[in-house]
Ligand binder design. Structure first.
Ligand SMILES: Cc1cc2nc3c(=O)[nH]c(=O)nc-3n(C[C@H](O)[C@H](O)[C@H](O)COP(=O)(O)O)c2cc1C
Length: 338
């Protein structure tokens, strides 16, 4: 599907919804929970993928899984990504999934982790395109939500199958495709091969989102220009830097952007911490937030001590004290730290 020659930043129509904008937060297990999604939406993300949830666990009513499917307060269009190996699991999980009213259900066909692959889910579905198609067809027929598929270029170097895989997904009813153009064997090594994304765009009748190595506003723009993709998914580049969405939007619409100053960074960290506490309670949130605050402050001058101290932070108050005494935020008015 060729994208009309227009602005690189644009809406994407899907069955039942029009997505405002084309910059998406990628699903990242361990990261894209409701609090982080809410921060990314606030910073300009068009829509955010949940981290992958097990369809089996959802069907069982697992509390941990349900926490991942919850809608963030500012999340208009919820995207729930599931991993599964057979359509029967989709049917069992569907009532629970639909109770969260997702706008989109995405099927994970890319996860390379052995624990997932050995169950026949994730990238193992790339070896069984008929099973993937059955899952898409089942969900499309039984659910009011749009259905999409996220996949890799193939299982390994000798089985590059993304074009036929995408064709099957579309025939089964998928209304959006996301390609991470690395094979399962590559994991996350090497570079994502954007030329494959360009090939998929040329051969697809539904919108295509590109994923892989769009880790700065310039790289987001370059991916859109080089591939013709309808949208970009940002994963690792958004961890510790949710500002990338608004910055990319500015660049794509012909404006310049600036890096967040220390005050904005601090306010964002505290809002993220508070959203995490509201979502999971203080103890769990303070543990979960360590990796995020490490990412927020990575590379900043004189920030190493802050990250070292955070390893022991158990409460909101301890976070505030550690942030307050760090030279990274030293010259800020103390009003931010309430
Ligand atoms: C820590 C981590 C967790 C991930 N979890 C998921 C996941 O749950 N579902 C999925 O489809 N992809 C997952 N991915 C893949 C990303 O969504 C994305 O396709 C990949 O990281 C390439 O994009 P990036 O270079 O922007 O990170 C994960 C990647 C990482 C690094």
């Amino acid at each position: 599907m060729n994208r009309p020659a227009a602005s690189l930043y644009h809406d994407i129509p899907l069955p039942g919804i029009t997505v405002r904008g084309n910059l998406f937060l990628a699903p990242l297990a361990g990261f894209t929970d409701p609090p982080f999604r809410s921060i990314c939406l606030e910073q300009g993300a068009s829509m955010c993928w949940s981290e992958m949830v097990s369809a089996e666990a959802a069907a069982r009513g697992s509390e941990k899984t349900e926490a991942l499917m919850r809608r963030a307060e500012n999340e208009e269009n919820l995207v729930i990504q599931i991993f599964l190996s057979h359509y029967s699991q989709a049917l069992r999980a569907l009532p629970v999934i639909l109770s969260y009213r997702p706008a989109l259900i995405d099927i994970n066909c890319g996860c390379p982790v052995p624990k997932v692959v050995k169950t026949g889910a994730g990238s193992a579905l790339m070896l069984r395109p008929d099973d993937m198609a059955d899952i898409v067809k089942t969900l499309t027929e039984a659910s009011p939500a749009a259905v999409s598929v996220k996949f890799r270029s193939g299982w390994d170097h000798d089985s590059i199958s993304f074009l036929s895989f995408a064709q099957k997904a579309q025939e089964a009813g998928a209304s959006l495709l996301t390609l991470h153009p690395r094979t399962r064997s590559q994991g996350y090594s090497g570079r994502a091969d954007w030329s494959l994304t360009a090939q998929l765009v040329q051969n697809s009748d539904v919108p295509v989102i590109g994923s892989g190595d769009a880790d700065s506003p310039e790289r987001v723009k370059q991916m859109l220009e080089e591939t013709g993709a309808h949208g970009v998914m940002i994963g690792r580049g958004a961890v510790g830097n949710p500002f990338i969405f608004e910055q990319s939007k500015l660049l794509l619409t012909g404006s310049s952007y600036t890096a967040p100053d220390a005050e904005m960074l601090l306010k964002t960290i505290i809002r993220h911490l508070d959203a995490a506490i509201a979502d999971a309670g203080e103890k769990k949130a303070c543990r979960e937030m360590r990796k995020h605050v490490c990412a927020y402050t990575k590379g900043l001058p004189r920030s190493a001590a802050l990250r070292h101290d955070l390893v022991h932070a158990e409460t909101r108050q301890e976070y505030l004290e550690i942030l307050q005494k760090s030279p990274v935020f030293a010259n800020l008015d103390q009003f931010s730290l309430q």
